[in-house]
Design a protein around this ligand. Sequence first.
Ligand code: URA
Length: 302
Amino acid sequence: MVGANLRGPMDSNLSSLSDILAFHAQAGVDAALEEAPVNRFATAAAARDLKRVAPQAQEARPAPAGARPAAAPVASARPAPAPAGASVLPMPNLAAQPPDEAVMAAREAARAAGSLEELREILERFEGCPLKRTATRLVFADGNPKARVMLVGEAPGRDEDAQGLPFVGRSGRLLDLMLGAIGLDRTSAYIANVIPWRPPGNRTPTPQETAICLPFIRRQVELADPDFLICLGNPSAQTLLGVTEGITKTRGRFFPYDTGTRTIKAMPTFHPAYLLRTPLGKRMVWRDLLAVEAALKAGEGQ
Ligand code: URA
C-alpha cells in the first residue's frame, strides 16, 4: 500500500528531530516555505468562516440609492464568531503585487536589459515573482551564450536550485547525452528555463508565474540570439511558441520563433525527464535532434 510505512508526526516513535526530518523527506517535503510553521487546518477553518460571513455582511450593507429593496435576510446579519486564535493567524502575503502589475513590471525590467549579464542582474533584483521567495537561488543559464543552439526547459528542480545551474540533475545528465548525440556539449549549446526559480516541491508553475517569467526568457533568447531553439517539453513549447497542441503532436517539426529581432527555427522535443520515465521516446528525440543537426550543418539560420 502506498505510504503504508510512513509514520505520522504524532507517532510516539518519533523521538528525535532527525525522525521528523526523515518523515518529511519520505512524504516528499523537501522545501521550507516559511520561517515559521503555519497551521493550515486553522487557516482553512478561518477561510470557511469568512465565506459564511461575507454574504451576510453584504445583506447588512445599506442598499444603494434607487436600488430595489432586498428581500429580508433569512439569517441574522451578525457575523459568526471567529474561531479561537483566528485573528492572530499569519496570512501568507502572496498578493504583494497584483498579478497584472507583476507581469507589466517584468516586461519593463526585461526590456531594460542590454546584455545577458544585465538580464541576470535584473532578475536577481526582481521581486515580482512569488517563486523567488521559496527558491534558494536564481537559476539563470549554463553553457555558451554565443552558441548557435539554445535549449529551454521548464523550471529548475532540486539539484538545479542547489547549484544555481539548469539541468544538472538526472535529466541534465541525459540532456548532456542527447547533446552529445549531435556533437554538442555545454561549450557549444546555451541552456536556460522558462522559469528561473524552482517551484516549491517541483510543483507545476502557475499560469501567473509563467506569465511573469515569460518576458525574461523571451529577452534572454533575444540577447543570446541563437540560430536554433530547442524547446524541451510541453510547457516550454507551449509557452514560447504559443502552440496549443501537446508535445506528441508538435515535436519533430520546426516552428518559426520571433526573437524580437529576427525569426529563427524552433524545434519542440520531449523533455529528458519524460525520457527517463519513457525510454521509448528516445528514438523520437534522436530524430528531432538529427533534424536540428542537419539544419545546423546546412548553415541555416546564419
Ligand atoms: N527540468 C527542467 O525543465 N529544467 C531544469 O533545469 C531541470 C529539470
